[in-house]
Design a protein around this ligand. Structure first.
Ligand code: BG6
Length: 493
């Protein structure tokens, strides 16, 4: 029996701010990563600003949520390198890149639209035509090769102007600005796009707090839960509107999928682990896929004295905006325990104890294909809607040999193991319909801003200081994935 269904979608994924560059071209507005420096595994990325005293300053950006002091203004400063400004120049090279994706045999390509290319300030009344034209041309290029675009409406890139003038997603006004943006692109790309994702890794806002638990106050939780409530509303309104605009549109939520394991058979570890699933995974996907807050939500709010501000019809809006597919990223698992932890491990917006049964990447992320099978089976059983894995990959250092080849056997091994886990989950009854590997081409790392943390099957000649020709070279994994796709996942050797 075939391991994958006949119409299974194979492809790769990127995000606008990590790939496009051209940060100030053709009327695009700024986003947070434009004022975020490069970092590495030991040094954080920084958000830069000019303080109200006129002096330059920086704060750790902590992914995408860095807060600058009262009265300060986000600023691009002369002495820093901002890797996302140029990224890998997908903006000018998309035709070359999509041609390479087609050569690999892609049937799907996940990318995000930069809100600030369409509405530079986020709340503009009219869209920027150059931005609309750019994505039209990208989608047409995909269609030319029979590649289905899978489009994220938001991938960590709220227009900066909405952050500085409205305070970001804690302000309910952003719901309407997002819906106006969504309506514009739904109408504009009708017939060119079928699959949409409303918010990338929406659960990071809450999961991320675990990293700073000891320093946080109830106000931080209040803010995070309110921010999420507004994103849930924006997502639900966009889904309902999108279905009206085109009945063929299919919507996915997007969860940073981490498999949580209890550290021991101590009942308190088991309970704590359940609570982690509820807080970090189910809290968001229950709202987006079931259309309502889970029963445990009241406990989560009470733990931090959170009182959610809701309007009368909010729950009805959520109920009417359920997604059609469960989409998620998967890189790793982690271990939850109530006992003292000697060896803490950090990875994709999460923290946990080290798992002695697993190996770890150079950036400390656990490698756990069985965790992917576990996640798929657990999630499918809960929601029973089609599932897409829209990110999965290994961030690793690559070496370019003298003859220009890149032998990335470690990356091939990582993907082979995860594809086998997918096949096992499908055999167990999971309705998995797509797989887009992360960073089909090398792009700027979201967490560290590095180029050397590479995920791609296509190498990009660019270093952490922004030096390089930007030339594209297929790695060994490129030819391996070509074979996997051509055999619909049968030949993974
Ligand atoms: C996910 C994000 O968290 O993980 C991507 O959706 C990100 O934007 C990816 O790039 C890998 O993380 P990193 O930090 O290695 O780039």
């Amino acid at each position: 029996m075939a391991r994958f269904p006949k119409n299974f979608l194979w492809g790769g994924a990127i995000a606008a701010n990590q790939a496009e560059g051209a940060y100030n071209e053709d009327g695009r507005g700024l986003v947070q990563t434009d004022v975020t420096t490069g970092g590495n595994v030991h040094t954080p990325r920084y958000t830069t600003y000019i303080g109200k005293d006129g002096k330059p300053g920086k704060v750790p950006s902590m992914g995408h949520t860095g807060k600058i002091p009262e009265g300060a203004e986000f600023a691009i400063l002369d002495d820093y390198h901002y890797p996302n400004h140029q990224a890998v120049d997908f903006y000018h090279r998309y035709k070359e890149d999509i041609k390479l994706f087609a050569e690999m045999g892609y049937s799907v390509f996940r990318l995000s639209i930069s809100w600030a290319r369409i509405f530079p300030n986020g709340d503009d009344l009219e869209p920027n035509q150059a931005g609309l034209d750019f994505y039209r041309s990208v989608f047409e290029e995909c269609r030319k090769y029979g590649i289905e675009p899978l489009v994220s409406i938001w991938h960590f890139d709220t227009p900066l102007s909405l952050e500085s003038r409205y305070g970001g997603w804690t302000n309910r006004k952003l719901v309407d600005f997002y819906v106006r943006y969504a309506e514009t692109i739904f109408k504009e790309y009708k017939g060119l796009v079928k699959y949409w994702i409303t918010f990338n890794e929406i659960n990071n806002t809450i999961m991320f707090l675990d990293l700073f638990d000891e320093d946080l106050t109830d106000a931080d939780y209040q803010e995070a839960y309110q921010h999420l409530h507004h994103q849930f509303l924006a997502s639900a309104k966009a889904v309902a509107l999108g279905h009206e605009i085109d009945a063929n549109y299919q919507f996915g939520n997007m969860i940073c999928g981490i498999t949580f394991y209890p550290g021991s058979s101590d009942p308190s570890d088991i309970l704590e682990n359940l609570h982690k699933w509820e807080q970090n995974i189910y809290y968001c996907s229950d709202v987006q896929a079931k259309g309502r807050y889970g029963s445990y939500a009241k406990r989560l709010w009470k733990e931090h004295n959170v009182v959610l501000e809701m309007a009368e019809d909010d729950l009805e809006i959520l109920a009417k905006g359920k997604v059609d597919m469960y989409t998620f990223s998967y890189y790793m698992s982690t271990v939850v325990t109530t006992h003292a932890v000697e060896d803490k491990v950090y990875g994709n917006f999460s923290i946990g104890a080290k798992n002695p049964y697993l190996t770890y990447s150079e950036w400390g992320w656990a490698q756990d294909p069985t965790g992917l099978q576990y996640y798929l089976e657990k999630i499918y059983d809960r929601y029973e809607i089609p599932i897409m894995i829209v990110e999965n990959g290994l961030g690793a250092l690559d070496t370019v040999e003298e003859d220009g080849a890149i032998h990335d056997q470690y990356r091939i091994d990582y993907h082979r193991a995860h594809i086998n886990a997918m096949a096992d989950a499908i055999a167990d009854g999971v309705d998995l319909i797509a797989y887009t590997t992360w960073g089909c081409i090398d792009i700027v790392s979201a967490g560290t801003g590095e180029m050397r943390k590479r995920y791609g099957f296509i190498y990009v000649d660019m270093d952490d200081e922004g030096k390089g020709t930007l030339a594209r070279t297929p790695k060994d994994s490129f030819y391996w994935y070509q074979k996997v796709i051509a055999s619909n996942g049968e030949d993974v050797e």
